[in-house]
Write a new protein. Structure first.
Length: 334
């Protein structure tokens, strides 16, 4: 199909420039058509870097551009709802960075607008679009691991010295749980195809970092006694892993969330003590696949891979986890 989905980029955030904009250019169904910044010189510089025809000096101008069909939003978390809704009200499809909002109330408002306007709203958890996850789910569904017993995940890094980082602004949705803890929680929901029953989180809130949770660890309870145990942080050595444990075997996934087409996407499957490595040839850019999956949904080639309701349910878990850490108690999600 020759048709391309014309994307506008709302802001010049690092993830947009480093990952998503190059991904749109290499995607099958997307094209970079415009970029906006509140600083026109910055948007012009980015437009020149990527060969984009149009640069705007305000977000409003981009949204009002009738030639733009989809908007990618890499703005800070507290701006997601406002600009996603403004874009959708203008008839644009929206790919919004994770987490989709500050809380479930905001996510519900966004989902309602998407439904009313008949547009596609997708949360940018890119890892789910990598092809290795189809195979991992096949292994689980085959019963090769036996009965699932536990999922264990971690995503940590250290930016504690970067005191100007937007992730250290609590009113902007900062903190490790929203930034990286969301990944193992999302993965557990994705793998199990279920929503949690309760969550308990213990966190290190740092006065040196404006009171955000710099480290957190928790347990997410799923039906049938299954659980995710996880830790996340912005104050420790880089770690990234996911372990899926069954009665007869396990899957160990290093680089579980940010693997790209230039990295080793392999994982180890161990069944009754015998191990094999899979996924070595799963070379793909999950950001490009995320763009193509959105475009395919817009063009009617396939249904949306993940619905706004999925994003809403994920937001319910995240906000409950943060409340659990603050209040030092288990929170039911029933």
């Amino acid at each position: 199909m020759d048709k391309k989905l014309r994307f506008g980029i709302l802001g010049c955030a690092g993830i947009a420039i480093k990952d998503v904009m190059p991904a749109i250019q290499k995607s099958e169904y997307g094209v970079l058509a415009a970029v906006a910044s509140r600083n026109l010189e910055k948007s012009k510089s980015v437009a020149e870097q990527f060969g984009i025809a149009t640069a705007y000096g305000s977000y409003e101008e981009l949204i009002e551009d009738t030639t733009i069909e989809a908007i990618y939003i890499p703005l800070p978390n507290h701006l997601h709802k406002e600009w996603a809704i403004r874009a959708m009200e203008a008839g644009k499809h929206v790919l919004c960075e994770k987490p989709i909002a500050l809380d479930s109330e905001e996510a519900a408002e966004m989902a309602a607008v998407a439904k009313r306007k008949g547009v596609v709203l997708a949360e940018a958890f890119m890892y789910r679009h990598h092809p290795r996850w189809r195979r991992i789910r096949e292994i689980i569904e085959s019963g090769e691991l036996g009965e699932l017993r536990l999922i264990r995940g971690a995503f940590t890094y250290n930016n504690a010295k970067d005191l100007d980082n937007i992730r250290l602004q609590p009113e902007w949705g900062g903190g490790s749980l929203y930034d990286v803890g969301c990944y193992p929680i999302s993965a557990a929901r994705f793998i199990l195809g279920q929503e949690p029953e309760a969550i308990t989180v213990h966190a290190q809130f740092s006065d040196k970092h404006f009171g955000v949770d710099m480290m957190a660890a928790g347990i997410v309870e799923f039906p049938g006694g299954l659980a995710l145990t996880f830790d996340c942080g912005m104050w420790t050595e880089h770690r990234q892993l996911l372990e899926i444990v069954g009665s007869e075997g396990r899957i160990d996934i290093p680089h579980a969330f940010t693997v790209g087409d230039d990295q080793d996407a392999s994982y180890t499957v161990t069944i009754r003590g015998e191990s094999r490595v899979e996924g070595r040839d799963d070379k793909a850019d999950p950001y490009a696949m995320e763009v193509d999956d959105l475009a395919k949904a817009v063009f009617g080639i396939q249904p949306p891979r993940f619905s706004p309701d999925d994003a809403l349910q994920g937001m319910r878990v995240l906000e409950a986890g943060l409340a659990s850490a603050r209040e030092r108690r288990r929170i039911s999600l029933k």
